[in-house]
Design a protein around this ligand. Structure first.
Ligand SMILES: Cc1cc2nc3c(=O)[nH]c(=O)nc-3n(C[C@H](O)[C@H](O)[C@H](O)COP(=O)(O)O)c2cc1C
Length: 511
């Protein structure tokens, strides 16, 4: 009897060991590579859908930034599965706030190749043709080396751009050969003197890399506008410290404000300097909009200095981060819809829209997100968290602790090795391709051959349960140069108050 039990235990132990060995060696599931055997619980629960999903999974998912449907679509597209759903929408299509796109009765066939967007104004000598969807800024430090490698390899295969984030340009960004947008923030990591100032020589040297197609200055980010990036001490490994030029094992904080400029005119002059140092590459900045007055101040500065950024990326307050205080994530900064339309209209109204391309980021994950943002004034979009999901993020929301269970946002080499670069880069490539294809298909459905054919009346918004209005009706769309000729009444006070010589604090009445 005892021998029988003993044999049974040995048999069970051998089976568990075999499953564990298989889990460690397979490359598809990062969870199983980090949590052999017990990680199967996750797949078991998913497999029991829909019966138990309601209780065990969906309840959690729906409280998270990306709901079940969006996550499923990202995962399935990344895996090369159809990415379609059966049975019809589960949304209440009458609720206030619901939006839909207007299709044509005579839809077009989509083009063979998705359109690309030329970034580079008259002062740029090396323009770049940007994809409609790109990898948004996420630093090496916030992300693991394997995550950076997978994103960049995916970008290389799919011919789209990968923004480095503000944590410096590392070997991992350069190894695979994908196109890069090199971002610097107020810490100037990778182009920084020992006392934390901007270092032009390092900037010239680093931006000369052939892979760096554009250079970008981060003014602010939607999840935490007004405070600098934070890398918790646990994530400041010796390698991160070297890439950033900061002490190892100490919390790495970017200052709240830049030291290289402090007025709108100085900002535009600094952008021109970055472009010159980079040898004429497209140069722009990223911001989460605070006030309309500050945006108009920048427009005035552009006109006064006589040169313009080649692109402006508008980030929405709904955007993501690896680490930020709850107060900032939830309560500071303008949502993307408002910020994007504001920047677009300010550029149109001051007659400089044709020189500047506008990028948009903030929960862009699916084809309709891209089309919606193009209608609201963007020329192209960037996605951060959707791309993280394509490399295996399961929204554990532990990015700030360094204990990411799937190796995406960790500097712990043991955890990071769970992320298989070959498998995940293919997922990034497939997710991007399927999503852009879907956006282009939707445009064709709407009778638009290219993004320029999309107009604000093609996007409809439920103002209430009963009333649906188009974006053309709901919002004021300025004519080219209108602010210079005769600002509309609603814009006049901000237009008058905006000064190219100072960013104002925000007294009453600021939009
Ligand atoms: C892990 C992580 C790290 C980020 N790091 C940066 C950064 O270094 N620089 C930056 O401009 N934005 C950073 N962001 C913000 C994203 O680039 C993006 O603007 C924002 O998350 C909105 O996009 P999403 O909604 O697609 O995530 C980060 C976001 C995440 C999730």
């Amino acid at each position: 009897m005892a021998r029988g039990i003993g044999k049974g235990l040995i048999g069970t132990g051998a089976a568990v060991a075999a499953v564990g060995a298989h889990d460690l060696l397979q490359r598809k599931h990062s969870v199983l590579r980090n949590y052999p055997v017990i990680g199967h619980m996750r797949y078991l629960l998913e497999g029991l859908r829909p019966e138990l999903q309601q209780y065990f999974i969906e309840r959690n998912w729906d409280g998270r930034p990306y709901n079940r449907d969006v996550r499923s679509v990202i995962y399935e597209r990344a895996k090369g599965i159809h990415g379609e759903l059966s049975f019809g929408t589960e949304r209440d299509v009458h609720r206030a706030g619901y939006e839909h796109l207007v299709h044509s009765t005579t839809p077009l066939d989509p083009p063979d190749e998705p359109p690309r967007v030329r970034v580079g104004g008259p002062d740029c000598s090396r323009p770049y043709d940007m994809s409609l969807l790109n990898v948004s800024a996420m630093s090496f430090g916030a992300l693991s080396a394997n995550a950076i490698l997978a994103l960049n390899e995916g970008a290389r295969r799919g011919g789209f751009a990968h923004d480095t984030g503000e944590g410096g340009l590392s070997d991992h960004h350069l190894e695979r050969g994908g196109d890069l947008v090199w971002e610097i923030g107020s810490g100037y990591f990778g182009a920084r003197t020992t006392d934390g100032e901007f270092d032009p020589d390092q900037f010239r040297e680093q931006s000369a890399h052939e892979q760096v197609k554009c250079v970008s200055l981060k003014l602010s980010q939607g999840a935490k506008p007004g405070i600098g990036g934070v890398l918790p001490a646990a994530k400041v490994s010796p390698e991160i410290a070297r890439v950033r030029g900061v002490p190892e094992g100490q919390k790495c904080v970017s200052p709240a404000r830049h030291t290289a400029f402090s007025t709108p005119v100085e900002l535009i002059e600094f952008i021109a300097r970055m472009r010159e140092l980079s040898g004429g590459k497209p140069t722009g900045f990223k911001l989460c909009v605070g006030s309309r007055r500050d945006v108009l101040a920048i427009c005035k500065a552009i006109r006064e200095v006589g040169t313009a950024p080649d692109f402006i990326i508008v980030d929405g307050s709904e955007g993501g981060t690896a680490a930020a205080p709850l107060e900032y994530e939830d309560h500071v900064g303008m949502p993307l819809t408002n910020g994007l339309m504001l920047v677009h209209n300010a550029l149109v109204g001051t007659g400089i829209r044709d020189r500047i391309k506008v990028g948009a980021s903030g929960k862009v994950a699916t084809g309709n997100d891209i089309v919606r943002r193009l209608i609201q004034g963007a020329d192209y979009t960037n996605a951060a968290r959707a791309m993280m999901m394509a490399v295996g993020c399961i929204q554990a929301q532990r990015c700030h602790t360094g204990t990411c269970p799937v190796g995406v946002t960790t500097q712990d080499p043991r955890r990071a090795r769970a992320l298989d670069v070959g498998d995940k880069s293919a997922r990034v490539h497939r997710y991007h391709e399927a999503t852009v294809d879907q956006a282009v298909q939707m445009m064709a459905t709407m009778g638009a051959r290219q993004p320029e054919d999309l107009t604000p009346d093609m996007l409809r918004h439920n103002v209430s349960h009963e009333e649906v209005r188009s974006y053309a009706e709901l919002y004021e769309w300025l004519a080219p140069g209108q602010l210079l000729a005769e600002p509309p009444r609603d814009w006049a006070a901000d237009w008058q108050a905006a000064s190219a010589d100072r960013f104002l604090p925000s007294p009453g009445g600021v939009r």
